[in-house]
Write a protein that binds this ligand. Sequence first.
Ligand code: FE2
Ligand code: FE2
Ligand code: FE2
Ligand code: FE2
Length: 434
Amino acid sequence: MSFNPLQEKGIPLEKQIRTWHDIVKRPFNKYEIDCYSRTRQILMNGIEVEAWNFKHNLSRTCSDPETRKLIALSRRIEDMQQTTVNWLTPACQSVLETTLGYEQVAVDLTAWMAQNEPDDYVRETFNFGLLEDFDHLYRYSQWAYMMEGCDPNNILQGMTDVVVGRPTQNHHNCNALRLRKHYDKMTAEPQTKVNIYTLVSGEQQTHNFYAEHGMMYANDDLRRTYGEICDVEEEHVTMYESLIDPTETPYEKLLLHEFTEVCNYYNCYKDEEDDKLKQIWEEFLGFELGHLQIAVDLFKENEGRDPEEVIGNKVVLPCHFESQKEYVTNILENEIDKRLAQDEERSYTTINKLPDDWKSYKVQEKVGLEGAPTEETIRLVRESINRDIVSADDKLIHKQPDLVKRGLEIMAQAPNTVDYEDYKEMDKVDLFEF
Ligand SMILES: [Fe+2]
Ligand SMILES: [Fe+2]
Ligand SMILES: [Fe+2]
Ligand SMILES: [Fe+2]
């Protein structure tokens, strides 16, 4: 089933103001919600934050009074939508539990997008980022256990593996190296544009969540872990947003933002099995179709171009969630030693081909000088239960020493690095049973 969003009127803006009781709904039950309903809720919060923030930035650089008025009106709706969606989170879902949800979004969304991405270079970039969020999930799972006795599968429900990925201490790059080649707005497929706009929103909100919540724990090692991973999310926002053609005009970007919202709500509506959530996705799809109409009119009036040139004539699916274990394992085993090349093409390379003057070594040496918090994490859990918290097939779990051997740079290692030999020792210890 597909449809042309340009032919839908949606719900008119003046009917989108709701009561406070409707805006702030009852939260979901964290014990009963399907993990992929939670990932949709986390993602759609990020989409709304980006929609709201973009419209503020647009207003600050736009002198047309009609545009300013229309986006002031719809921006308030975006903000109300954000409140509705984010505040479905129950107060009893801890910061660490929510954090596991954020990384589950990153892993399973990026994996699905990579498989549905028509542009080879963009797909390669998605796969590159995928292995980093996958490692974040592993590090945070240790903390969820140590601080709250939480089984990561309380949140992940066995749909996403928890084992070591590309070690987080190796995610710290020269931020300029993170800048990728951007797509060409004239030739890129709408699917590519929507995939990237969606992922940027998700990563940005992940960054914001860590930046705003990492200090809510009193444990210094955990605070530093949030600080370290928050900084990687800043790199992820830098990396993914640099894929966007910077010559897109402000009206073109407005069109793409509303189209991205339409596509995501449509995808959520199509997949959702929870009645309450499905109703929200349906209503907000109607809202976004209304916003899209406004963006289309502004685009036509101000640029005299056909919106189909930018967004095509059918909805695309950017956010289908399902277990991606097989796909992720394959990327993990084949690309764990991948790194950002220092070349004009902004390509990728492997650890063994890195030059001694690779710019990211300098960053890693500096930030890891007193130890990497994400390595300390594994030391601490090992101290406590003689090994790490993992959840995957036995075969994959036993590959951890080998993955670390291949995935860890020899140069610029933090002094507290948990290395291949340590993982070999941990591998001899029986798994912790919850
Ligand atoms: Fe919205
Ligand atoms: Fe992450
Ligand atoms: Fe990320
Ligand atoms: Fe919108």
